[in-house]
Design a protein around this ligand. Structure first.
Ligand code: SF4
Length: 371
């Protein structure tokens, strides 16, 4: 796999095909030009957000039946557990964890596709619950998702021009007269030949389909792209092209990204900040360089140890002990304690809090209390 752009934005290898001539920036994207500022509110902030699936309201009769064993309490999946998460304008945040750790659910909460079970979502500093329906719709349009399986996320019965342009047309970003030019501009921006606009999704390769998904997201002029394992289903050579495209678009449109991946290696060269999740909780967060140089949490260290490196020959991979526990019944205390080689007695009963251990470096581990 050729190396994608670094998070500084410089291409490390020329891997993408020659990009077509870029159309003029569509109206609305000019508003994105406001740059990252630490003193402006985050684009999206989750505050003590939890998401549980399978909960149902219980009435006194149900509770009585459950108490005497005539009914079973519902199985509740604890997908997200009191998470604080912010995304600032212009940032590229890598969100990493094993499959089933809740990172995709967190992505859907950020994109507004799921509502939290508890906690607060803030959009540019304003409580999502305090916005009018129209304001919420407009704010939500500014966050778009790119999904793992490009084919499953495209309607096979629609032509590409409809798939890409329909959202923009419905939301009044383009009128009927300008529709064709607008769709062509989005396709070109995503590295596709606009002449292919009348084809159907099955007539494209996996990489091209992912570009269609990107063009569709760009068509509604987002500020934030949440990319959920967006390159995991692609060949490694195509992965590099798509990652380079994401970084080019970041430069052109001042986009903000959340890259969700199970693979630390994928986010290493792209992210400004890396957030590590384990079973619904954030266990470590730090600038990318810091987390790769000075990982603190035992889980982060285990993930880093498993990144294959060309320069390390005859490496012995020590797999993490055991499997990710079920979110139906997360372990008590620190969720990682059944697999942690450094677990202390208190780890079984006491959940560690996420706290600062260096500048912009947070970690949730009781070992830091002893330091
Ligand atoms: Fe391991 Fe305890 Fe730290 Fe959890 S809190 S990572 S179990 S040492």
């Amino acid at each position: 796999m050729s190396t994608p752009h670094s998070h500084s934005g410089a291409p490390l290898a020329a891997t993408a095909p020659p990009a077509p001539a870029m159309p003029a920036q569509p109206p609305g994207h000019a508003a994105n030009a406001a740059d990252t500022t630490a003193d402006t509110p985050p684009l999206v902030a989750l505050e003590r957000v939890s998401k549980r699936f399978g909960e149902r309201p219980s009435n006194p009769a149900t509770r009585l039946f459950e108490r005497v064993g005539l009914a079973h309490p519902p199985a509740v999946v604890h997908a997200i557990d009191q998470v604080d998460f912010t995304v600032r304008r212009g940032e590229v945040v890598g969100l990493v964890g094993e499959s089933g750790c809740g990172k995709s659910t967190l992505g859907r909460l950020l994109a507004g596709l799921l509502a939290p079970s508890s906690g607060e979502v803030r959009l540019e500093g304003r409580r999502a619950g305090s916005l009018s329906a129209a304001e919420r719709r407009a704010a939500r349009l500014k966050t778009q998702m790119i999904f793992q399986d490009p084919y499953a996320s495209l309607n096979p019965r629609l032509r590409i021009d409809r798939i890409v342009g329909e959202g923009a047309r419905v939301h009044g970003l383009v009128d009927r007269a300008g529709f064709d030019d607008y769709v062509s501009a989005q396709l070109a921006r995503a590295g596709l030949d606009p002449a292919l606009r009348e084809r159907y999704p099955h007539q494209f390769s996996g990489g091209q389909r992912q570009r269609i998904g990107i063009a569709r997201a760009l068509a509604v002029q987002p500020d934030l792209l949440v990319c959920d394992e967006a390159v995991a289903a692609l060949d490694v050579s195509i992965q590099a092209q798509i990652l380079n495209l994401f970084m080019d678009l970041r430069e052109q449109l001042r986009l903000t990204y959340v890259f969700i991946s199970h693979d630390l290696g994928v986010v290493e060269h792209l992210s400004d900040r890396v957030v590590i999740m384990y079973l619904g909780r954030i266990v470590e967060s730090a600038p990318a360089e810091e987390i790769f140089r000075h990982p603190n949490h035992p889980y982060t260290r285990a993930l880093l140890a498993e990144i294959p490196r060309i320069d390390v020959r005859h490496k012995t991979f020590a797999a993490l002990r055991g499997e990710l526990p079920s979110p139906l019944a997360p372990p008590s205390g620190c969720h990682f304690h059944p697999r942690c080689p450094h677990a202390l007695p208190r780890c079984k009963t006491e959940a560690p809090t996420l706290r600062g251990i260096a500048v912009r470096h947070l970690s949730a581990c009781h070992l830091n209390d002893a330091a």
